[in-house]
Design a binder for this molecule. Structure first.
Ligand SMILES: C[S@@+](CC[C@H](N)C(=O)[O-])C[C@H]1O[C@@H](n2cnc3c(N)ncnc32)[C@H](O)[C@@H]1O
Length: 217
């Protein structure tokens, strides 16, 4: 399997005021988790929109991201908003620095695909390891019918590494539903939806993603 370099986002270069509201696809699941669960891990926390939401709803929260600018941003937010019961750390989703079965739930939103197919598989094993029995996760995946996917130019049949722009050098792994059924064998799939974006918040958008809600078997 081809080796791949993981690389975090430079959040200082991302338009301010974006990625700061809880995502609409995840919202119904997030509301269901409140009152039902107490701890959550946000993998690839970014600007911390989901982690901060849960912290403000009384959860014990851990956020992790490969990007120093993400961790710095979230720590500042925690300070400004007077949030405790939450920690954010620098780290890689394929080697989570947490023990077995220590979270009720996990979110990995628009993050798990920043690796190759083998990396996605390892990140899923890590999510499975850190979740309690029956614990739930909400994970999004890039779909192969995304216009950026080209099997011929891919690293491993799944993965493209962006050559320019904000995400230069950052891998993107693309899967289809059969890949997902194979990857998610250790989980019960509670819902799986595929959404094509054309416009988001009034701006042109070009994503095709799977939104998957699972429970640990
Ligand atoms: C598209 S952003 C999504 C941020 C956040 N989940 C959200 O929905 O607002 C992807 C995030 O994943 C992080 N990331 C990329 N590769 C990673 C890895 N191997 N381990 C942990 N985080 C990673 C990036 O630094 C970035 O913050």
């Amino acid at each position: 399997m081809a080796e791949i370099q993981h690389k975090g986002w430079d959040w200082n270069a991302v338009r301010p005021g974006t990625w700061n509201e809880i995502s609409e696809e995840f919202c119904p699941v997030a509301l269901d988790w409140i009152g039902k669960y107490r701890s959550v891990l946000d993998i690839g926390t970014g600007r911390g929109r989901h982690a901060l939401f849960f912290a403000e709803h009384g959860f014990q929260v851990r956020g992790i991201d490969l990007s120093e600018s993400s961790v710095a941003f979230v720590r500042k937010q925690m300070e400004e908003r007077g949030i405790d019961g939450m920690e954010v750390a620098l780290g890689d989703m394929t080697e989570l620095p947490y023990g077995r079965e220590c979270f009720d739930c996990a979110i990995c939103f628009h993050t798990i695909y920043h690796t190759n197919y083998d990396g996605v598989r390892r990140a899923l094993q890590e999510i499975h390891r850190v979740l309690r029995d029956g614990g739930e996760a909400f994970i999004t995946f890039n779909a192969k019918d995304h216009p950026c996917y080209d099997k011929e130019k891919s690293v491993d049949g799944f993965t493209m590494v962006k050559e320019e722009g904000l995400e230069e050098g950052i891998p993107h792994c693309y899967v289809d539903e059969n890949d997902l059924f194979a990857l998610l064998g250790d989980f019960d799939i509670l819902s799986m939806n595929k959404i094509s974006d054309y416009v988001r918040k009034g701006r042109e958008a070009h994503g095709v993603h799977y939104y998957v809600h699972v429970a640990k078997k």
